[in-house]
Design a protein around this ligand. Structure first.
Ligand code: DON
Length: 306
């Protein structure tokens, strides 16, 4: 495995077309696009990495996997009255479907869906308490108390988040928000601003590899059925309107973020985190996707076969 990751690292470092860093969040536009990291965590406890796998980056939309997991824990199937579970085929920040579908987001991973999910888990609490809960959950998943929030990234998004504010107010107009919009948005921007390294992220994804049990800690996080369902949503919706392309090229449940990270799950086999800040035109990590494509070619881990 180490030899495979070293090969992937060398190949990715030689690439000249590295995509574009997200520029609609000013703080993310400052990140050096030359960085690349990958970590593979196996159920037997082994962890392999190449590149700057301890460097912290903004997990952005990858946080939506964790908030969905919390929401399912708190509300169970009632989550599906707030968000759907179909691919959107539209960009992550699109407002178009919301009007046609009465303010109910297609799935929990597009921005509107994630805003609805965080509104659902607030349950009358203050943003600070909900954020504490989200952070605590991510620390528990990764078994790492050092994980925190990059306040600069959160503020950067707060001051430029008109698009998300529009989505949230639009849903509120349909009576779909249970808390004040500014509180929900503040919580959402902070959840997206959680900073993690590839090593931490791969460990946090372990519970999705072995039927809901994190084999590194021996703790059951969710039922086998719930883990399977979260994986299916990641496969179908985790890369927005690029989910089909990602399934075609990589063939694993995966969730991307505009910070350039991707968490991918090879059920029964591995939790994989990759990071490279440059994005493709849809907003998914360009080299991250290429690296995962190379990894599945070498390991045969695609869920669709060799
Ligand atoms: O709300 C936003 O636009 C960002 N905080 C998160 C978007 C994102 O990560 C989309 N991912 N590829």
């Amino acid at each position: 495995m180490q030899a495979i990751l070293d090969d992937i690292y060398t190949t990715m470092m030689s690439r000249t077309d590295r995509g574009q860093v997200a520029n609609y969040i000013p703080q993310l536009a400052c990140v050096n696009p030359d960085q690349f990291a990958i970590t593979v965590a196996l159920p037997d406890g082994q962890v392999f990495s190449a590149g700057c796998a301890e460097t912290l980056f903004s997990i952005q939309s990858i946080s939506k996997v964790f908030t969905l997991t919390i929401a399912l824990g708190k509300l169970g199937d009632a989550v599906w009255s707030r968000v759907g579970r179909e691919p959107s085929g539209d960009p992550f920040n699109s407002i178009v479907q919301l009007e046609h579908e009465n303010g109910k987001p297609r799935n929990p991973f597009i921005n509107a869906g994630a805003i609805a999910v965080v509104d659902a888990i607030m349950m009358g609490h203050q943003p600070r308490e909900t954020l504490g809960e989200i952070l605590q959950f991510v620390r528990f998943l990764a078994n790492d108390e050092s994980i925190g929030i990059d306040e600069k990234v959160a503020q950067s998004e707060l001051t430029t988040g008109d698009r998300n504010a529009a989505l949230a107010h639009f849903m509120a107009a349909y009576g779909r928000m249970k808390h004040p919009v500014d509180q929900v948005l503040g919580t959402y921007f902070h959840q997206c601003a959680i900073s993690m390294s590839c090593q931490q992220l791969a460990k946090a994804g372990m519970f999705l590899v072995s039927d809901g049990v994190n084999k590194h800690t021996g703790v059951r996080v969710v039922s086998a059925q719930r883990a399977r369902r979260i994986n299916s949503l990641m496969l179908m919706c985790g890369h927005y309107d690029g989910s089909g392309e990602f399934a075609f090229r990589v063939g694993l449940p995966g969730k991307s973020g505009v910070g350039g990270g991707i968490l991918a799950v090879a059920p029964g086999k591995a939790s994989i985190a990759v990071w490279s800040p440059g994005l493709d035109r849809i907003g998914n990590s360009k080299l991250g996707t290429e690296a995962l494509e190379m990894l599945v070619q070498r390991t045969g881990w695609s869920i669709f076969g060799h």
